[in-house]
Design a protein around this ligand. Structure first.
Ligand SMILES: C[S@@+](CC[C@H](N)C(=O)[O-])C[C@H]1O[C@@H](n2cnc3c(N)ncnc32)[C@H](O)[C@@H]1O
Length: 193
């Protein structure tokens, strides 16, 4: 945990907008995000913006040999940390913008659940468009897209735009409980295609 926090804080200095957080997510937020996933049915799990693995830690206990996990993370230093921390999992150092190419390279045709740690508020619009385009294309019908939001950011126009987009794109959007112990407090949108 301490090593993850050190790596995380080190990278914030170089790329604060791309990292988009002051600390890795808490274990409780990870658990709240993973809880809605029925791992007996969801076999292909993709994580967006895995960072130093805060949400990955919550996913790992549910994975069996029948599951396929793929973590996508833009920051090379984070990917190196992730590969050391989770040697049995596959991580790709790339942008989710290139999800189509990444999935093709890994022989994955569709995704059952996406656990997303991307910093939507600071992601350029073009990246958001391309990422959501891929989600619409590759997530199976009935599949889950779960993405967190910080409570403090809710009144911002970027947060409103995200809510509108999720509402327009998914058949159901609900929220997890608020995790007050996360820094800053956060919850997640649970979106079903
Ligand atoms: C808010 S941090 C969350 C990290 C981790 N999931 C957590 O919850 O602690 C956002 C992460 O998304 C990554 N990221 C930003 N833009 C990305 C992109 N276009 N593709 C993949 N990862 C990206 C950042 O490098 C960072 O690790």
């Amino acid at each position: 945990m301490l090593r993850a926090a050190r790596v995380f804080i080190g990278q914030i200095m170089g790329a604060p907008r791309a990292v988009g957080a002051v600390l890795p997510s808490s274990r409780a937020l990870g658990e709240a995000m993973v809880e809605p996933i029925d791992f007996t049915k969801a076999k292909v799990i993709v994580e967006f913006g895995a960072g130093t693995g805060a949400l990955t830690h919550a996913i790992v206990p549910h994975l069996t040999p029948a599951h396929r996990y793929l973590g996508i993370e833009l920051n090379q230093a984070f990917v190196e940390h992730l590969r050391r921390e989770f040697p049995k999992l596959t991580f790709v150092a790339a942008s989710v913008e290139d999800l189509d190419r990444i999935l093709a390279e890994h022989g994955i045709e569709s995704i059952d659940a996406i656990v997303c740690g991307l910093p939507w508020a600071s992601l350029p619009l073009g990246v958001q468009e391309r990422a959501f385009g891929h989600v619409g294309r590759f997530l199976v019908k009935g599949g889950l897209f779960i993405t967190f939001a910080y409570l403090q950011g809710l009144p911002l126009p970027t947060a409103r735009a995200l809510r509108q987009r999720l509402g327009a794109m998914f058949s159901e959007v609900s929220r997890t409980r608020i995790v007050w112990g996360n820094v800053p407090p956060a919850f997640a949108y649970v979106c079903r295609k």
